[in-house]
Design a protein around this ligand. Structure first.
Ligand code: ADP
Ligand code: F6P
Length: 319
């Protein structure tokens, strides 16, 4: 193995830059040439591939987003598109690829492996929705961004005795809502994994008021319902003044936390080690604090489940 490439694909996540830096620096440390593919699989198809020297990843460890940019690329799902991509990899003499992204990106990485190009996946998504790993790069930062917002909104909720509904990201996964809701002391957390909880939310709110609560914060993951829908439901059932905040893409950007930077460093360099050892079709995962390898096929065939015990705990602590 002499040359490797790194790309970021799917939704960007804070810490992706730290992961790119880890791949480049570890690659150079082991005597490899490292190439960056710009704009994910689109860049691979277009041949948008450039050498990354040690200096090219200087001053990026603290930056959100991805210097390599990211994209969603339907063409890579076709045989024809992948043929072009693989042609460019071969023309550059690239012997292995590190794919930083989510589950869709890993399906693409598996296709590369099937075509004889060793690839390793590094989980980078704020959603934390990849089976087999306790955490994905970007999740911790997104949760901290949400907590920061909840704390600010709580000031107004308290000052005006108002109920607030905060809509957070997570199409299919409730992890952001769950962790941020627990850490932010939300009264109710609505997640896709327990979609029937809307009625319960209203009941809890009413019980809270009976006990003297004057304001409440409800966190809803976008995959269940919109913040506006939840607020309308609460208004209808209680008649309370209810405001909505949709956090949207502020959750995707920003300076990565120390946790995400360290995770990115550990996973990025492990991916390079594995390529050097002739390994492929693996995803770097963190379990109980240790970086381990999980077969991409296994990760993609399982269903992600958030730490559901946190939901029960949040209900007890926000009584
Ligand atoms: P994420 O990686 O965050 O889950 P997407 O699901 O949008 O994001 O996937 C990112 C990209 O991965 C897609 O735009 C496509 O280029 C590639 N991809 C997804 N699924 C496949 C597949 N079955 N075969 C080949 N490439 C795929
Ligand atoms: O990266 C995951 C995610 O943030 C989801 O939670 C969200 O629904 C989606 O991406 C939005 O992505 P985009 O705006 O890039 O389509």
């Amino acid at each position: 193995m002499k040359r490797i490439a790194v790309l970021t694909s799917g939704g960007d996540a804070p810490g992706m830059n730290a992961a790119i830096r880890a791949v480049v620096r570890s690659g150079h440390y082991h005597g490899l040439e490292v190439y960056g593919v710009y704009r994910g699989y689109s860049g691979l198809i277009e041949g948008n591939i450039h050498r990354l020297d040690l200096g090219s990843v200087g001053d990026i460890i603290h930056r959100g987003g991805t210097i390599l940019q990211s994209a969603r690329c339907e063409e890579f799902k076709t045989e024809e598109g992948r043929k072009r991509a693989i042609g460019h990899l071969r023309a550059h003499g690239i012997d292995g690829v590190v794919v930083i992204g989510g589950d869709g990106s890993f399906r693409g990485a598996l296709k590369l492996c099937e075509a004889g190009i060793p690839a390793i996946g590094v989980p980078g998504t704020i959603d934390n929705d990849i089976p087999g790993t306790d955490f994905t790069i970007g999740f911790d930062t997104a949760v901290n961004t949400v907590i920061d917002c909840i704390d600010k909104i709580r000031d107004t909720a308290t000052s005006h005795d108002r109920t607030f509904v905060i809509e957070v990201m997570g199409r299919d996964a409730g992890d952001i809502a769950l962790w941020a809701g627990l850490a932010g002391g939300a009264e109710s957390i609505i997640i896709p994994e327990e979609p029937d909880s809307l009625d319960e939310v209203v009941e809890r709110l009413k019980r809270g008021v009976q006990r003297g609560k004057k304001h409440s914060i409800i966190i809803v993951a976008e995959g269940v319902a919109s913040g506006a829908e939840v607020a309308a439901r609460v208004r209808k059932a209680t008649g309370w003044e209810t405001r909505v905040t949709v956090l949207g893409h502020v959750q995707r950007g920003g300076t990565p936390t120390a946790f995400d930077r360290v995770l990115a460093g550990r996973m990025g360099s492990k991916a390079v080690e594995w390529l050097l050892q002739g390994k492929h079709s693996l995803m770097t995962a963190i379990r109980n604090g240790e970086i381990i390898g999980v077969e991409l096929k296994t990760a993609l065939s399982q269903k992600h489940s958030p730490a559901m015990e946190l939901h029960g705990l949040a209900k007890i602590l926000s009584i």
